[in-house]
Ligand binder design. Structure first.
Ligand code: 1CP
Length: 343
């Protein structure tokens, strides 16, 4: 099994990038064009595995992440989904909760079975790299299901949880159940680390956050740990601010992905709980590059020097990112390590 940390390796800050596969890579754009739609690419195991491996070949990153999307879960539940060029995901109408509750979730997952085949291919090709599987956290997935796409105001989802709370809780329950089943199947197919993306955790008030972020993420972590105690779990409750301290009190994860704004106490708390911190370079800096970027990378490595740390971004790689800035970031991280070990 690939390790999260390679002992006695001077490259001891492992590195990967959120959305490391994607449009900033010419080889991705080429394959994407050949395959037609984004979903067609996700559901073609050979092609999806190839996309996962493209950034590894180019940059020799330490982790391979499954190429798929968090929105395959609404699709599996029967909600229409398409990705519109330049616009993002567009979902169909949300099914009635009574209908959703009658679904056989195992059967739903058969609809997205190519994902498990992709992992199976990657497992055979991963060599010494660590393979990451993922899903969206229930609240973030529910956000897209209710908003029916990307939203700036999040009016519909906030309205839904505030005015139809019981219904929202029932939907969250379905989503946490299917997420656990889905992740277990990914683990069976070869995922060694799992990551749960709660990209919209930051829009909730404290009480809502406990109910819709902490509770479902805790459920997912506990269920995965029960059946797979050796699997490393990663959570990314994006833009949680100070609430992240409550999050790690409850969600006994192995790895916590952080964005740029985290509370001062987090580093000490993570250390106490033996949680690896993952992050947190702003992907916008990668658009510019140069000395400003290098300084920021060195500052991050210095900041997290007393923690177990996986270098990553605070959000996904942007499509306009120059490839050479990604190369430079990796070199800077690895040179920092070798400087440290020779001084
Ligand atoms: O080819 C294309 O144009 C599609 C662009 C694209 C890609 C490459 C989308 C559409 N999704 C992905 C892949 C993807 N998405 C991965 C693959 C593995 C990797 O290389 O990292 C992962 C892990 C995701 C996860 C994902 N999808 C998240 C969580 C992380 C985050 O960015 O916050 C979310 C919110 C989505 C939804 C999504 N998928 C795609 C778009 C445009 C969106 C909407 C984003 C938004 O609402 O702003």
């Amino acid at each position: 099994m690939g390790k999260v940390f390679q002992e006695n390796d001077k490259r001891n800050t492992p590195i990967w990038f959120m959305r490391q596969a994607g449009r900033y890579l010419p080889e991705y754009r080429k394959l994407r064009q050949e395959k037609g739609s984004f979903l067609d690419l996700c559901f073609d195991p050979e092609a999806a595995a190839e996309v996962s491996l493209q950034p590894i070949r180019r940059f020799d990153l330490d982790f391979i992440i499954l190429f798929s999307d968090i929105l395959v879960i609404p699709f599996a539940l029967g909600q229409n989904l398409r990705f519109v060029e330049g616009e993002g995901p567009v979902l169909g109408d949300l099914m009635a909760i009574e209908k959703l509750e009658k679904l056989n979730l195992e059967k739903c997952l058969k609809k997205i079975a190519p994902v498990f085949e992709t992992l199976d291919i990657l497992k055979q090709k991963k060599e010494n790299k660590t393979l990451i599987g993922f899903c969206g956290a229930p609240f973030t997935v529910m956000n897209y299901m209710v908003e029916k796409g990307t939203s700036v105001s999040h009016h519909k989802i906030l309205n839904f949880i505030r005015n139809q709370e019981k219904k929202a809780e029932r939907l969250i329950y379905i989503l946490q159940e299917i997420s656990v089943l889905y992740l277990k199947k990914q683990i069976k197919a070869g995922a060694e680390v799992i990551k749960v993306f709660d990209s919209w955790a930051g829009i909730l008030s404290e009480n809502e956050y406990e109910k819709f972020v902490i509770k479902p993420n805790k459920y997912i972590n506990d269920e995965i740990k029960k059946s797979n105690p050796n699997i490393k779990t990663t959570f990314f409750p994006r833009q949680s601010g100070d609430k992240v301290l409550k999050f790690i009190e409850q969600v006994k994860c192995d790895i916590l992905a952080v964005d740029e704004k985290y509370p001062k106490k987090l580093k000490e708390e993570a250390k106490k709980r033996d949680i690896i911190l993952q992050g947190n370079l702003n992907p916008e800096i990668l658009l510019i590059g140069g000395p400003k970027m290098e300084k920021k990378i060195n500052d991050i490595l210095f900041d997290f020097r007393n923690n177990k740390h996986i270098f990553n971004l605070s959000h996904g790689v942007l499509p306009k990112t120059p490839v050479q800035n990604v190369t430079k970031t990796i070199d800077t991280v690895r040179n920092y390590e070798s400087r440290k070990s020779t001084s």
